[in-house]
Design a binder for this molecule. Structure first.
Ligand code: NAP
Length: 259
């Protein structure tokens, strides 16, 4: 399917690896020029070079921490005018509800709520002026079904979801859509680190930890960054102009709900 976005320019945050990279690759395959970001310059440059070589699109790589004001200023300055924004950042660490301090919450809110909101505030006015734009926020299945150990994620991402629900309806009349893409369990470094925590707490091997979690997914396996990226690219396409303020869950059927 032609996504109709060849020549558009996208900022894909936190995209040297994992789900962000999946989104960047799928957009590049659709002919979109990219501004990519991550903190580690080496992995970012390597991914950018691979995408340039595979898809022949322009790729600007900006090494910066997207959860800080300075990092965002650097990324936005290099990005210039963008048509598509994919927000993303690392997820908060797991833990226990009784242990989290105010500082832990502020860190999670900065990374997974306030950073995407600030990026939208920066990008939306230009998109609205030009009459076209797409925003996809990478959030989490935790928004639909909380995971106790990820209370920091549950909290911050729910706040972002509330912001998007109201804001998406305010900008839709200008040709700009905002939606959230909710990953269930996907095979990335993040999944490895969460499985690693179970290895320690349950005294099992990494393979056993993976098999246990895979067994909770009706599809019987973890999702891939490629599948995730393809969905993101569709949500950024010309065909998705009527999709507004939605929370699209990609979880292999893991969350057992009717809606
Ligand atoms: P990942 O494999 O660990 O990749 C994270 C990417 O983000 C890397 O490129 C990393 O590069 C970059 N990054 C992390 N913190 C950053 C920051 N502060 N500024 C800029 N770049 C940053 O993670 P993932 O699995 O793709 O997860 C992406 C998001 O989805 C996370 O918020 C995660 O919590 C959420 N999620 C994932 C799953 C899953 O199963 N994978 C499920 C639910 C939710 P650097 O480290 O070099 O910065």
């Amino acid at each position: 399917m032609d996504l109709g976005i060849t020549g558009k320019r996208a900022l894909v945050c936190a995209s040297s690896k994992g789900l962000g990279r999946g989104c960047a690759e799928a957009l590049a395959a659709a002919g979109v020029n990219l501004v990519m970001n991550a903190r580690g310059a080496e992995a970012l440059e390597a991914t950018a070079a691979e995408i340039r070589a595979s898809h022949g699109v322009e790729v600007v790589a900006v090494a910066a921490d997207i959860t800080t004001e300075e990092g965002r200023a650097k990324v936005l300055a290099e990005a210039g005018q963008i048509d598509i924004l994919v927000t993303n950042a690392g997820g908060p660490p797991p833990g226990l509800w009784s242990d989290w301090s105010r500082d832990d919450f502020i860190k999670a809110l900065d990374a997974n709520m306030l950073a995407p909101i600030a990026l939208m505030q920066a990008a939306l006015p230009g998109m609205m002026e030009r009459g076209w734009g797409r925003v996809v926020n990478i959030t989490s299945q935790a928004v639909k079904a909380p995971l106790g150990v990820l209370g920091l994620s549950n909290s911050a991402r729910s706040g972002l979801t509330g912001f998007v629900a109201g804001t998406a309806r305010q900008v839709a009349g200008s040709g700009v859509t905002i939606n959230n893409l909710l990953p269930g369990i996907h095979a990335t470094d993040r999944a490895d680190s969460l499985d690693g925590a179970v290895v320690k707490s349950a005294g099992i091997t990494l393979e056993e930890a993976r098999a246990r979690r895979a067994a909770t997914i009706p599809v019987g396996r973890y999702g891939t960054a490629r599948e995730f990226g393809a969905t993101c690219a569709f949500m950024c396409s010309q065909h998705a102009g009527f999709m507004v303020g939605q929370n699209v869950l990609l979880d292999g059927g893991a969350i057992n709900t009717t809606l």
